[in-house]
Design a protein around this ligand. Structure first.
Ligand SMILES: [Zn+2]
Ligand SMILES: [Zn+2]
Length: 312
């Protein structure tokens, strides 16, 4: 049986059916208008990774890389994706801002921009109007090309009215790179302070900057981008949804649960994306811990009818 209601119960603000194509037609009108305000920072971040060859490596470098990677992937998957895009759990305004701020330090712009485009992706998944469909626009466009398109630098506030009412989020939308810039300086300061206090540890400020900021941020870019490209091309399809979404175990691990993308496209309203015990979903598990501390609540699970559903 072909499933046609894969978007049911999705986010309430934007999920009103497939887009008419009027707005999206303009957005996708020409791929030639590449190079928006995100293009140069993106290029700069990639080139700056070369700095790791000029600073000390070893365990301190791996430690700061891993810490920033996990923090940023969590902020993006639990915050930008499952909270701001899909409203799949609830939290306080204070923790909402913490998720937003931490996500913005990952230099993938702000939650309003991110959610407005992601909601559009679910409305138009793998149709001509999907801004990052590998089926229609090719792997590289789906992976990294679309984020550099000039018109896509804009945020369609009508798609995120539910969060655009918060001035602190609108401020982040207007200054999407400021928190990342501050984070880089903070890492430089903390690393330098540790070096000054305990030089025997082999930690330096620039080591923290190049491993904890540049290399980690670029790794998080590509893991995030792979959900739009690879997770719509490579992997297994448990559900017979209309789009090309796949369950990819490697991305499930690297993107802390987001790789179970076919599950997610089948039932995008739930917080949990790994539907079987062996489908490890680290962001969901961390959210369960936060729920235990009453920091988040109303985490939504997939219903039994979805769990037992089979492809035909
Ligand atoms: Zn998708
Ligand atoms: Zn989604």
């Amino acid at each position: 049986m072909k499933i046609v209601d894969f978007r049911m119960n999705s986010f309430d603000a934007a999920d009103s059916g497939r887009n008419t194509g009027v707005v999206d037609g303009n957005i996708l009108g020409s791929k030639s208008s590449i190079l928006n305000s995100f293009s140069l920072p993106l290029l700069f971040m990639h080139i700056s990774c070369a700095g790791v060859f000029f600073v000390p490596g070893g365990w301190p470098a791996f430690g700061i890389f891993a810490l920033m990677y996990v923090l940023h992937v969590f902020a993006l998957t639990a915050g930008y994706h499952r909270y701001f895009s899909h409203k799949s759990f609830k939290t306080s305004r204070a923790f909402q801002f913490i998720l937003a701020l931490l996500g913005t330090t990952a230099a993938q712009r702000d939650p309003l921009w991110w959610a407005s485009h992601h909601r559009l992706h679910h409305q138009n998944s793998d149709t001509e109007e999907d801004v990052h469909s590998p089926r229609h626009h090719g792997f590289w466009w789906a992976h990294i090309g679309w984020v550099m398109k000039r018109e896509l630098a804009q945020t369609d506030m009508s798609r995120v009215k539910d969060f655009a009412k918060y001035p602190e989020l609108v401020w982040l939308n207007k200054h999407p790179y400021a928190p990342a810039f501050i984070l880089a300086w903070l890492l430089l300061g903390i690393g330098s302070l540790i070096h000054w206090l305990k030089p025997a540890l082999g930690i330096t400020g620039w080591q923290f900057v190049f491993y904890g900021f540049f290399l980690s941020t670029v790794a998080v870019y590509h893991v995030t981008f792979c959900i739009n490209s690879v997770a719509h091309m490579v992997g297994k399809r448990r559900y017979d949804v209309e789009d090309e979404s796949r369950n990819n175990w490697l991305l499930g691990l690297l993107a802390m649960g987001e790789g179970w993308h076919n599950n997610h496209h089948r039932y995008s309203v739930c917080t949990r994306q790994g539907f079987r015990w062996w489908e490890i979903d680290l962001s969901y598990l961390l959210l369960r811990v936060l729920q235990w501390f009453h920091i988040v609540w109303d985490i939504r699970e997939p219903p039994k009818s979805i769990l037992v559903e089979q492809r035909t």
